[in-house]
Design a protein around this ligand. Sequence first.
Ligand SMILES: [Mn+2]
Length: 319
Amino acid sequence: MPNFFQEFHTLNYTIKNSDNVLLFAHSRPDGDTAGASLALKEYIKNIGGKAEVACFDPLPDYLKDTTGNDFKFPSQIDLGQYKLIIATDSVDRGFNKIKDRVGENQITAILDHHPDITTRGDINIIDPAFSSVCEIVYEFFIFNKIEINRKMATCLMLGILGDTGMFQHSNTTPHALEIASHLMKLGAPLSKIVQMSFSNKKISTLKLWGKAFEKAKIDSKNGMIFTVLTQNDIAECEASNDDIAQVSGILNTVPGTRFAMILSERGDGIVKGSLRSEEYKDVDVSKIAARLGGGGHKLASGFEIKGKIVETEDGWKII
Ligand SMILES: [Mn+2]
């Protein structure tokens, strides 16, 4: 992994010399972009600066509760007033849309760990070897000898837990665990974060999952476990599209299966397909998604097709 000492130094110098900083989180924010943005916001506040986090989507309730914070919509802020704009995590999903409106006299910094992003700023700290952007922000704090308080530690832990799937994904390096250990010593309440942010489930979510699991089938020919959810299912459970995200991951835990797929109606005549696998199962689901006009990663991909889901005698079809 290259070291980013020069960039860490420049970023801290720029933060200290900017009276107003904008942190920009990616659309449909997760624990990593929220944790990284809010940890930096807390640091800037601690040294007497002003900072705000903006995002095209609201902070989900589960992250609001853990961080005690909220985001601004881009329409609520005057972009021109910020001397420094720091985009955190998946910068091609959100920050890319405002990048062209950033003035010549404004400085941009990109903190990301996605391998294929194309957006660049004045300061670029991008490396897929990091488990999360929160790991990058941690290294930035350590390099600059910045005191990490309990609030900052909590935010960083949120991102590391989120992006490593609570230390279960293949990006759980010994170093990521060392960082988590240090953050815990600094007061990050590990079990409380897990409970509040990742284990908490609404009854509407469980009901929708129940429907999805009840309908699940295994195709013994290719090892696929699959299920469907219609707009009707979602309405009946008073659930939302957000509740679908984890279904394929849970289906994927069924022994003997090689990958999981869920098809869900998303309104406006769109059916979304979501595919998941695990490293040891030796399947590249991005190839399946690509054949259906989608894309993604080897172990997590998706696609969208027009139509609606109709039940048939031995399964479902999209018409
Ligand atoms: Mn991330």
